[in-house]
Structures are given as structure tokens and as C-alpha cells.
Design a protein around this ligand. Structure first.
Ligand SMILES: O=C(CO)[C@H](O)[C@H](O)COP(=O)(O)O
Length: 281
């Protein structure tokens, strides 16, 4: 099998396995992620729908224009996040009105922190993930990592306001040394800085087959911020988010409950956060 087919096959097997495990007749509201791996999840959902194995009134919440097309093309019903009914505010976890969300990822570390936004959809993806009782990631073996930034070297996608993207870029690039000097980044063990590079580099993502920048589904720009390995994803997420004009950061810290990977040898691996595994030992 060629390398390309191997990657596609591993995306497909991960997506099929995750859908089979998590999307049955009891799931009433499903979040549908974005990207090329989620295309296979939609393929499986369409099959299950044909076989009457889904809830008859299943609602699917899209995370992008692409995701909405996938839902509609699969014969499923799309529903905006804000159209979901408010749940009993006194019930535990009541904010989470989506039963489960299946989404892709660009890289996933051992704690299931993830980099997302390679497809530029991370604002809506994070909104949907935060409103989900369970976030399940699906990816091929190239995304399976120990530390964020090890395999995904294109930078953390950061959605920013087009109003002042150059100013925002400059501020993001100053984060490393300045914030460390001010003690904003936890550096307790000295060697363990929040991220690797002293001088992050942010580049405006350019469109393909259109002159100029990528414009997101929300009318914003994307800066890809290279910062080397990310040793403390929650701290870096917060740090980036605090820059005025940053709309959303493509670091998803401790949001995912499970990650399914298609392996190179054709097998499938399902991972949970390493700290959860230790508790179960
Ligand atoms: O975050 C995303 C889009 O914003 C995607 O889920 C991520 O880029 C993975 O995409 P693919 O499945 O095509 O590798």
C-alpha cells in the first residue's frame, strides 16, 4: 500500500471505530468536527443512518461550513449550537448539551491535549467541544505524540481579528522572553518552560488558489505561531488567549476523553489521558 493510502486507511479505520463505539441509538445530539478524517466519520454515520442504527431524531451540531455539508450530505439533521434547548441548570454537567463530539486533530499528546485548527475551524470546534459531555478525537498515526509541537511543526493556529493582525502578530512573537521574565509562564523546575522557543514566530496563513490570507468561516484571519515543543499546554493556551485581538487558540487542553488512532500496521489504538490510566492501575 502506498504511504498516502496508508494514511487515508488509518484515518478511516480510526473514524469508523470511534463512531461505532460512541454513536448508537441513545445519542440524541452529536457534535461533528471538521477536516479530512471526519469525512470518514460522516461516511460511517450515513451507513448507520441507512441501517436505522441511529436515534430517529438525531441532531448534529456542525463545527464549520465543511462539517455542515458533511451532515447534510449524510442525510442527517444539522442544528446550531445555540438552537439546542437549555438543560436543567441544577443538573451536574448541565452546560454540556451535546452527548458526544467526534473531531479530528493535528497532534495529540500523552494527556490528550491537542493542537487543532489545521483546517482553520478551531473556534467553532472549541465551542462545540466545550458544550459536549464527551470529546472523542480521531486521527492517523502521524498525529500520535508525547509532546505537542514534536510532530506538528507548522505552529499553533490562532484565529485573530483582521483589524489589527500585524499588531497581534508582534505581540504573539514577544510572548516568549518577556512573559518568562515577568513570571507569567510557570517555570518551576527551571528546565520545564511552557514552550521551547524563546522567540515564537507567527505567520499569516495564506490561501491556496486565491491571493491573500485565509479568511475563516467567521471572517477572521489565522496566525500560525511556531513555538517549538509545548511542555505546558494549558499555560500556553491561556498565554496566547490573553493577547488582545486573539479570538481563539488551537490548543485544546484537557478537553478530550479519548483519542482513536489508525496505526501504520492497520491496527487501531484508543488512548485515554496518561494520568487517567495511572488512576486505573
Ligand atoms: O482542527 C481541525 C480543523 O480546524 C481538524 O480537525 C484538524 O486539522 C485535523 O484535520 P485532518 O483530519 O484533515 O488531518
Amino acid at each position: 500500500m502506498s504511504a498516502l493510502n496508508l494514511v487515508e486507511q488509518s484515518k478511516r479505520s480510526a473514524a469508523f471505530a470511534a463512531v461505532d463505539k460512541h454513536v448508537g441509538p441513545s445519542v440524541r445530539v452529536l457534535g461533528v468536527g471538521s477536516g479530512s478524517t471526519v469525512v470518514y466519520a460522516a461516511e460511517r454515520l450515513a451507513e448507520l443512518k441507512q441501517q436505522n442504527k441511529l436515534h430517529p431524531d438525531l441532531l448534529c451540531v456542525p463545527t464549520s461550513f465543511q462539517s455542515k455539508q458533511l451532515i447534510v450530505d449524510s442525510g442527517l439533521r444539522a442544528c446550531d449550537l445555540d438552537d439546542l434547548p437549555e438543560l436543567d441548570p441544577s443538573a451536574p454537567g448541565s452546560f454540556a448539551s451535546i452527548d458526544v463530539t467526534i473531531d479530528g486533530a493535528d497532534e495529540v499528546d500523552s494527556e490528550l491535549n491537542a493542537i487543532k485548527g489545521g483546517g482553520g475551524a478551531h473556534l467553532r470546534e472549541k465551542l462545540v467541544a466545550a458544550a459536549s459531555r464527551r470529546l472523542v478525537l480521531v486521527a492517523d498515526y502521524r498525529k500520535n505524540s508525547d509532546v505537542l509541537g514534536e510532530k506538528w511543526t507548522q505552529g499553533v493556529p490562532v484565529e485573530v481579528s483582521p483589524l489589527a493582525w500585524r499588531t497581534i502578530k508582534r505581540q504573539l512573537e514577544r510572548l516568549g522572553p518577556r512573559s518568562r521574565a515577568q513570571g507569567a509562564v510557570p517555570t518551576d523546575a527551571a528546565a520545564v518552560a511552557a514552550f521551547e522557543l524563546a522567540h515564537p514566530v507567527a505567520s499569516l496563513r495564506q490561501a491556496v488558489r486565491k491571493a491573500g490570507p485565509v479568511v475563516t468561516d467567521n471572517g477572521n484571519f489565522i496566525l500560525d505561531v511556531c513555538m517549538g515543543k509545548i511542555y505546558d499546554p494549558p499555560a500556553v493556551e491561556l498565554l496566547l488567549k490573553m493577547v488582545p485581538g486573539v479570538i481563539e487558540v488551537g490548543i485544546f487542553s484537557a478537553m478530550a476523553a479519548e483519542a482513536w488512532f489508525g496505526n501504520e500496521d492497520g491496527s487501531i489504538a484508543c488512548r485515554i489521558p496518561r494520568s487517567e490510566m495511572k488512576k486505573q492501575d
